[in-house]
Design a protein around this ligand. Structure first.
Ligand code: PLP
Length: 412
């Protein structure tokens, strides 16, 4: 188990599948509705390491009421638990399907997905002429003048149509309101078409701001949420064993590893923490980010010249630069070489100086059979692509002995 495993529990992303026509349950026929989804929505937001909830959507729409209820439930939990929601549209998120997608903070789709259809539709047939031809009488008795509006067996009635259109308008405005509240300025509707009920491919949908990006669920989630996963811990353990250090903690770069090392020296949990303006010795030939972490931590860099043969710190010149305020040496092992570490350690011991080894250019190099980076308190490494091994960007800090009293709760 790695040094930081207490801080790093593996991340999870829950997936809610929203497939099919959105409708209430009709007898034994189950639709896509809140009653069916309630449990899985609840579960998706439950757990301490849920980093996001993904909606996998394949729906041509259906009931506006169910669309609204599902979307609102997702929003409620997302906001309550502060968990972001990402929607992944597969074949189609149209009409109510797009309503569901808007419950997400970001919408991904394929270029060929069908998106949009922000409108309301009601359709049916009129059978009045057919039953007339067949000699059938329609016998309808109601109490209440409007009880049987839109009867398919009676001729169309203007007032009925007006009433239906008004209801459709209200639903349409509710739909538009939700889309606008979720997508805001992202919607680019120069031709005033987005809210006409038209639908588009993912490719046009991105231009109109109906979706945010193209992307397939697994791929997007892996790139977003894979960092600091089990594989990183495995690498840290392997690295520490291989180098012979007590722990190893991966960082996003060698520069960050240097910053982390210096920040540990000034950290409040460090009983012997360095104070502002304490001095840190550093060779005159170094990397900008060997130097800057000293300044960033409010410490004072003191330069010592280098040996011309190896460009490593000139041991003979170190003691001349030591004062009462000198507390550490930030060594830089140049291009696979090092200074005389036996002599250097003697000086560090004599003056009680902490030793950090910037080993970003020298992974795997040894001094007297000990790997560089494991001689001092911290060794830092870079996995930038031009170095001995690479993870594209990346770095590592190897810890040979720790001086931090770790808190019981994570502290960042
Ligand atoms: C000595 C030294 N320290 C630190 C770094 C910074 O490493 P990174 O590029 O991973 O931030 C480099 C990079 O080449 C380096 O040579």
């Amino acid at each position: 188990m790695s040094f930081l495993s207490i801080f790093r529990k593996s991340n999870s992303v829950s997936v809610i599948q929203l497939n099919g026509v959105i409708s209430p349950n009709m007898g034994r026929r189950k639709g896509l509705n809140l009653q069916e989804l309630e449990k899985s929505i609840e579960q998706a937001f439950t757990g301490s390491n849920i980093k996001a909830v993904a909606l996998q959507i394949n729906s041509p729409g259906g009931s506006p009421v169910q669309s609204e209820m599902i979307a609102l439930r997702i929003r409620e939990l997302s906001e309550k638990k502060n968990i972001p929601v990402l929607a992944f549209v597969e074949d189609v998120a149209a009409s109510g399907g797009y309503w569901l997608a808007c419950a997400a903070d970001e919408i991904f789709a394929s270029k060929a997905s069908i998106i949009g259809s922000i409108g309301v539709v009601s359709s049916g047939f009129g059978f009045n002429k057919a039953i007339e031809k067949l000699g059938i009488d329609r016998r309808l008795y109601t109490s209440g003048d409007n009880k049987a509006i839109l009867d398919p067996f009676l001729p169309e009635n203007k007032d009925d149509i007006k009433r239906l259109k008004n209801i459709q308008k209200e639903l349409h405005l509710q739909f538009i309101g939700f889309v606008k509240s979720r997508r805001g300025d992202k919607i680019k509707d120069e031709n005033k078409e987005v809210f006409t009920g038209a639908f588009w491919s993912g490719e046009s949908g991105i231009e109109l701001g109906l979706i945010d990006a193209f992307g397939e669920m697994k791929k997007v989630l892996k790139t977003r949420f894979i960092t600091m996963s089990k594989i990183t811990e495995k690498f840290e353990d392997y690295f520490a064993k291989k180098m012979g250090s007590k722990y190893a903690v991966m960082t996003n770069s060698g520069s960050s590893a240097n910053l982390l090392a210096l920040s540990c020296l000034t950290h409040p949990f460090n009983k012997e923490k360095l104070s502002s303006k304490d001095e840190v010795i550093i060779p005159a030939i170094c990397w900008s980010t060997s130097l800057w972490p000293i300044i960033q931590n409010n410490l004072k860099p003191v330069f010592v010249d280098v040996e011309l043969e190896t460009f490593n710190i000139d041991i003979k010149s170190i003691e001349k630069k030591i004062t009462k305020k000198t507390k550490a040496i930030m060594l830089v092992h140049v291009l696979g070489t090092s200074a005389n570490m036996t002599k250097l350690l003697k000086i560090a011991k004599k003056y009680k100086l902490d030793l950090i080894e910037d080993t970003c250019e020298s992974l795997g190099a040894k001094y007297n059979n000990k790997k560089l980076g494991t001689i001092g308190r911290f060794g830092t490494y870079s996995f930038y692509y031009s170095h001995q091994i690479t993870s594209g960007e990346g770095g590592m800090i190897a810890v040979s002995y720790t001086h931090l009293t770790l808190p019981t709760t994570p502290y960042v």
